[in-house]
Write a protein that binds this ligand. Sequence first.
Ligand code: ADP
Ligand code: ZN
Ligand code: ZN
Length: 747
Amino acid sequence: MGHERYAQININTKTKVLDKPFTYGIPESLVGQVGIGSKVMVPFGRGNKPIEGYVVGLSETSEYDKVKNILSHEVQLSLQPWQIKLTKWLKKRYFCTMSEALGLMTPPKMQGHVKEIRMLRMNPTLNYDEVLKGISQRQKIMLRVLEGFHQRNVIGEDVLKKEYGATNKHIQQLLDEEILLYHTVENFRMPTLEAWNERIDIKLNFDQSEVFDRVMPAIDNSLPQNFLFHGITGSGKTEVYIKLVEETIKRGKQAIILIPEISLTPQIVGKFFQAFGDEIAVFHSKLSAGQRYDQWVQVNRKEKKIIIGPRSALMSPCHALGLVIIDEAHDMAYKSDKNPKYHSRDVAFALGQLHNAPVILGTATPSIDSLRLVEQGKLEYLKILRRYNNAMLPSIDVVDMRDELLHGNKTIFSNELKGQMSAALSKGQQVILFLNRKGYANFIKCKECGFTLKCPNCDISLTYHKYDQQGKCSYCGFYTVVQENCPSCESAHFRQFGLGTEKIEELVTDLFPNHPVGRLDSVIAAQKGKTEEVLRKFQSKELSILIGTQMVTKGLDFSNVTLVGVLSADILLNFPDYQASERAYQLLTQVAGRAGRGDMKGHVVIQTYSPEHFTLAAVQGQDFNGFIREEQLIRKTFHYPPYVKMANLIISGDKEERVEMVANRLGKGLRDVIEKNNIEITEILGPNPALYSKIKNKYRWQIILKYQPSVFNIVRQLLQFLCIEKANQIGLDDVLINIDIDAVKLL
Ligand code: ADP
Ligand code: ZN
Ligand code: ZN
């Protein structure tokens, strides 16, 4: 390493004008230690207030005569050089600030989370007597502290201070020398997952070995090769993942397994725990800041070889990444809707390049986007189109709810579904019911005057929740007690419309009073440990029926489930989004795949008012290729991804007139530049008020730009110029332009 004397440092700031590298001197004592990625404290501003930052560049000379020096270096919390590279890539590609991109890489403390009391333990790789020899007899407190660890193994910082007289400095020194390590008692495993079965040693079958053999050369030779692994539900993808991860860590490398959301897929996490135990770091939304911090530090210290988590796990500080697996790769949760608005797939590919590691997108229902990448030779296609052990795929019935109405059945359960439920339950088998809508009712409306209860901040209907009799906004969290009479005309015909999971739970309990019912949705998931509890009870057959939203469609592997009921396919099919059919196909196929995973044949009942929809015919016939062909044609004809890319510009602010004015100006600017330069833009839509025209008290306008993938870089520069550089010049303080250059959702 050259001994550079100057460092370019990005400080942690929300102020856009400060979001650029500042040059600092590296003091003598830190030369050779401070490198790219180092976390440092630097004096900032006129008052020389110490402020934290990350080194993003080094140089031997400085163009400035006088620079201030770095104050200190925090080894523990420093980033890897590749993380800085990725930060710069994110900034350039997604128009975010350096601080926003760094925020993805850094442990939670930097983002202002509460500091928690952590436990400390002695580094298990060290010998106590050896360590003692290294400490002078005069360092009484140090000796006392080490003696303490010899006796008690694990001690909290507060106890060290109170009982042993240690100071922060003592503790920091021991941590820096890696004599002590952080330790939290319960965060090494997800305690609630212990109930899953013991892992038996598994041998891959023929299909699985084929996939394994195709990926192994890339792991062996460190090739950044990308794969699409299309394995139908029950084909045993997880087992292939586990074997590949095993080989990766045998070679001294680390592996990342992304899952859409841990609380949605506890079972797959459980399988990894059975296989790898303590070698795993898990990141998920219910970890406390302290737990997350610990996991982060442990990965940074190479103590954890396997990282499991949602999309943010991609940014964890790996040293030698050897494999990335994205499970349920078609899931929308992989696209970030906050700045930087990245897609995990694209970041994973970039990461694969940085580390020379293969990336696997695993799914039972590959997205149209990923199939396009296969066509273009950017993804290698691997498939298993048989279930493990040749378990049969379930039979699927589509029930026309219009017929039910004609025959006088006004309930949400068709006779077919009720009949099949009774049959399955009477044989001691279990049932899963899927409805993609939480709450009790999805809107509250007056039959007399038409008044609908809406969120005052967001202009969106409130969802009614019966358990606390409140109407809630799913965007901003606003809630209000729902009165019995219409607030507008005082009519008593103020009612809830549209059924949600909470209501279904009630109806099913009435229908089958002898069969206990469990429910999984985001209301349940918000309660700590509740999801796991429901799943455990379902596993042990304490519950006969499981009702839920998307949470019941993914990854669940219960062999006693023989019937899956989809209460309304229409909610999926009618969603106002160009991807509605694709999402419906995926969800219906996924949820159908929960049935008949054991020895018993499975059945699926799908209820709908539009049985003629091509998506339902494809789901019923399990005709993936047929569905894809049809949907590709629609996308091509109507100019939707993957045949074009879409940039979604949201212009928002407190004052409606200002937002509208800026949106119109921007729209005109865009059209002018595009016309003058003959850029291959397929369509410009807008400016128009966005579908959600007000969220959290901000008015929102929208411009959508459809462009050819080949002009991505030109569009990026265009938006950089018009929306960022030019906007800064005009000084748009009160209006925000938010750019999603590769949008999936247009809301
Ligand atoms: P997928 O994730 O593709 O839906 P899973 O990995 O959950 O499928 O596998 C389906 C079931 O088959 C699981 O219960 C799994 O343990 C079992 N299974 C899959 N492969 C094997 C194997 N090679 N040996 C034994 N059991 C297997
Ligand atoms: Zn709201
Ligand atoms: Zn009314």
